[in-house]
Design a protein around this ligand. Structure first.
Ligand code: FES
Ligand code: FE2
Length: 337
């Protein structure tokens, strides 16, 4: 799917940069092929504007902030959070500033990130029940650029037949390629997929899983939030919950900003942030290796119809059906499947 051609995708929220990154000043970001600038307005709330000055087209992200307004670094024109031009420093004080503005976009802080919607939001930012729950701690894991499409990342998130192969060096068992079946339930925002998966438990995972047994199992309750967010909620027999949230934020057609946040119902002394990051990093690198080799816009061909015979691909098929329905409802073309 070529995201930048599907205009309806502009009507969803996407996680962009950690809000703390804006404390250093305005930051550039590319979302769905659109260059935007993110900054903190005077009240500390995030703002997002088109990254292009109305004067001689310099990028506003090259500028700086004065009293929560963004100052173009080329000739000092100033804009407020709504994109309105508020000052031309070359004008004498008695001369009125002409009516002009750059485009402004919706911006909000959630889960430590700045979320942006370029159009009018069709659904809200995913509501994660672990946020604010005192039994859980939130751990920022990473946000980084991947050379893969957002849809490929989402399909992979619900494809449990890749565990035995892609993750054979961490938790997967290549001797057991037959995946467990998912129970799928559609929701307004996407679907929930539940299953129980046996997993290897090497020593570096013992404190992550809460057991020293060589094998354990994960009760998984994973949610897809249209179009490109998911949670992977893993519960171990020890009672530990390891809930990973991802936003596969589309930079353009073939690259994403992958945001990963972890919620755990234990304490730092039970399993350190460093250990958790190291374990999840080893796993996500395995995914990255293969996902960056995929085609961002595969066309329909007979070989991909084989998916119909692989129950583990049902979530991916349902995902494309739901996205196709969304596109059709907005008069757009189908997602290739
Ligand atoms: S280009 Fe921005 S002030 Fe001139
Ligand atoms: Fe994976």
């Amino acid at each position: 799917m070529l995201n930048t051609r599907q205009k309806v995708l502009r009507n969803f929220w996407y996680a962009t940069l950690p809000i703390d990154a804006l404390k250093e000043g305005p930051q550039p970001f590319r979302l769905l092929g659109e260059d935007i600038v993110l900054f903190l307005a005077r009240d500390g709330e995030p703002a997002a504007l088109e990254d292009r000055c109305r004067h001689r087209t310099a990028k506003l992200s090259k500028g700086w902030l004065t009293d929560g307004r963004i100052v173009c670094g080329y000739h000092g024109w100033e804009y407020d959070r709504s994109g309105r031009l508020t000052r031309i420093p070359q004008f004498p004080p008695e001369q009125a500033v002409p009516e002009a503005c750059v485009q402004a976009f919706h911006a909000r802080e959630r889960y430590g990130y700045v979320w942006v919607c370029l159009g009018e939001p069709l659904i809200d930012i995913p509501d994660l029940p672990q946020e604010g729950d005192p039994t859980f701690r939130r751990i920022h894991q990473f946000d980084e650029r991947w050379s893969c499409s957002a849809l490929r990342m989402m399909e992979n998130s619900f494809d449990n037949s890749h565990f035995s192969f892609v993750h054979k060096s961490t938790f997967g068992d290549i001797e057991q390629p037959k995946p467990e079946r998912y129970e799928l339930n559609e929701t307004d925002y996407g679907f929930v997929a539940e299953t129980i998966v046996p997993v290897k438990n090497p020593p570096q995972a013992h404190r992550v899983t809460g057991t020293t047994e060589p094998w354990t199992r994960r009760k998984m309750r994973n949610a897809w939030y249209m179009p490109f967010c998911r949670t992977m909620d893993m519960e171990y027999p020890s009672g530990l919950r390891h809930v990973i949230f991802n936003s596969a934020t589309p930079i353009d057609d073939g690259s994403i900003r992958l945001v990963q946040v972890l919620f755990r119902n234990d304490r730092e002394e039970d399993c350190s942030t460093e250990e958790l990051r190291a374990w999840d990093r080893a796993i996500i690198e395995e995914d990255r290796e293969v996902l960056e080799s995929t085609d961002p816009d595969a066309i329909v061909d007979m070989s991909r119809k084989l998916e119909m015979h692989m129950p583990s691909d049902r979530p991916g098929m349902l995902m494309r059906q739901r996205l196709n329905a969304l596109l059709e409802a907005h008069g757009e073309h189908e997602v290739p499947s």
